[in-house]
Design a protein around this ligand. Sequence first.
Ligand code: WT7
Length: 638
Amino acid sequence: MPLQHPRIRTFEDYQDAYQRSIENPEQFWASVAEPFTWRRKWESVCKPDLVDGHNEWFSGAKLNITENCLDRHLATRGNKLALIWEPNDPKTRQIRYTYRELHQQVCQFANVLLNNGVEKGDRVCLYMPMIPQLAIAVLACARIGAVHSVIFAGFSSTAIADRVNDAQASVVLTSDGLNRGPKQIPVKRVVDEALESCPSVRRVIVVEHLGWPVHMEEGRDVWYHEEAQDAAKTCPAEEMDAEDMLFILYTSGSTGKPKGVVHTTAGYMVWADYTFRNVFQVEENDIYWCTADIGWVTGHSYLLYGPLLNGASTLMFEGVPTYPDAGRFWEVIDKHGVNVFYTAPTAIRSLMATPLDNVLSYSLDSLRVLGSVGEPINEEAWHWYHTHVGKERCPVIDTWWQTETGGIMISALAGVSPTKPAHAGQPLPGVQPVLLTQEGQEIEGNNQEGYLAIKASWPGIIRTTYGDHERAKQTYFGPYPGYYFTGDGARRDENGLYRIIGRVDDVINVSGHRFGTAEIENAINENDNVVESAVVGYPHDVKGQGIYAFVICRDGACANEADKPRVEASIIETVVAQIGKIAKPDKIQLVSGLPKTRSGKIMRRILRKVAEGETSNIGDVTTLLDPAVVDEIISGRK
Ligand code: WT7
């Protein structure tokens, strides 16, 4: 019988755990970590470093995370469902794996990787649909100590190539195609295009999903089902160091190029497990469903690792909330008896906009806990979720965290701590949030607003940005040495509950996905018609933020009004090719100039006001090189 992980059950437990985690973090985290399967225990619990960003947790320990996700459950939960897969089309077959079956599948995939020469430390990129083999492949990488880097399957071939090259991946895993609602997408073709500029890749393993004919590059590409034929269903787990890299996940920042956020083995494991257990309060026989794609960190921590570490039954959904109709989420909840449901505000807002019958025609009796993640949840969406989905019976927990934090940082614990619409709430044990002034002074007391930073290391903290530690240091620890800087602004209410306001840097959050304004500008500037561009976010009813692009065209490119629609369409095409459909500008305004200071800096404050429609309140423009350009921009506002 594996050791039991204690769980916070009451608000007093929470307060007690929080207190202990602050007073003696080493003792606190040693006791949290104790029940895992370790090949060797740690020499030191924590080596914090919020100046240079060299954080370590459980250094000296040896383990494999998949032994903790799978092997240790076999004795007591071997026949329990581990993974339930709901396909895109509700009429086609579901797949269910028990812990024993999932263990076998992972071992078999791991053997295929080994047979194809993948070694400990090698980077493997995965560009796959939301099918069981994606979950299995991620765990198979971890089993043999390869570093997984999942690339969301909506990114373009250029974006894939950037990530594969940055990670210097030797192997890519993909599939013939994917389903997204009514559409099918030829995923392998996108990978083929990307790999034309990826010399590090020597092997592509293709999982058959749609049964589509695909080009197989001689000497490079193999089919998974052929490779798996003779592969054994057992595979010893590689012994990993606590601080060995577990995965890289690319995310956008305020500068142009997405960065590879690195998480390592032991600290990430402890954090994903601890936060999952205490936030969601999943019970032994529950069905838990997180709607995120494994291509994002939410899918890593709360579809895969957190639930499996806890021995929970986790549901994976291939499709979209609106296919075959806007009742699909609720249909899946009733069909599988989902007890704990975790989704994003953008999904809620898009479903809110459809007839209420879509949700009222399902019972949703099984639900007990509702979660939200990815962006601020506005009060209207919070109430709709609470009333019509949770029937005012289920706590709505608003979980604030980031790719870089590895797991949830600020959130109510379901049924344990207070919830308040649009507020994430209180920090988890081990998390010490502070509000800073722009100059870096801590703001004391409640009813205050400032830059959100964290003043102590926690097990899931980002370890580095792949291949460029300096970048991690500058981004997260440089702005306020001694603090991890989140890039978010927040407010602490009269009771000390945190409300996240949004990014304070040049990052836009579109439907819970992060883009740097510079990243989108770089993409737009690739278009032959374009001289220069400036991108800002603006409030969008469904997406949270929309993308507004101000673009200066080359002389003559849009000399006539009639040229404009063609140029705009071609700019959109360029962004789709450079990044993917998810980064498509919502509005493009062709302008003759941008508001620049005499030193040549674009005044985004002005552009943001225009995009938001706040044109009567544009502020001081006297420092601009050419104030007249502002009038032109205002009158041409989309
Ligand atoms: C950014 C991180 C966390 C996994 C998914 C997104 C915003 C995230 C919330 C929330 C308000 C939130 C922040 C954060 N964000 N959760 N509950 N309330 N804002 O991960 O892509 O790394 O983005 O998403 O702005 O900095 P990510």
